[in-house]
Design a protein around this ligand. Structure first.
Ligand SMILES: [Zn+2]
Length: 55
C-alpha cells in the first residue's frame, strides 16, 4: 500500500484486518485499514488521538 498523503510505501501485513491502524513511516500519518468483502483494502485516514470527538 502507498501512503495517500506522501506516497511512501506502507508495510501492511498480509493478514491485516479491517479497523487495524497502520502508520506511515515517512510522514507519520495514521491510517485505518478498511477492507470490504471481495475487494482490495483501502487506507482511511485515522484522526489523531487526543481530540475530543464528543460522539
Ligand atoms: Zn505518508
Amino acid at each position: 500500500m502507498n501512503c495517500p498523503e506522501c506516497d511512501a510505501k506502507i508495510d501492511v501485513p498480509g493478514d491485516a484486518t479491517s479497523g487495524e491502524i497502520v502508520s506511515c513511516p515517512d510522514c507519520g500519518a495514521d491510517y485505518e485499514i478498511s477492507k470490504q468483502d471481495g475487494s482490495q483494502m483501502e487506507l482511511k485516514k485515522a484522526e489523531s488521538i487526543g481530540e475530543d470527538w464528543g460522539e
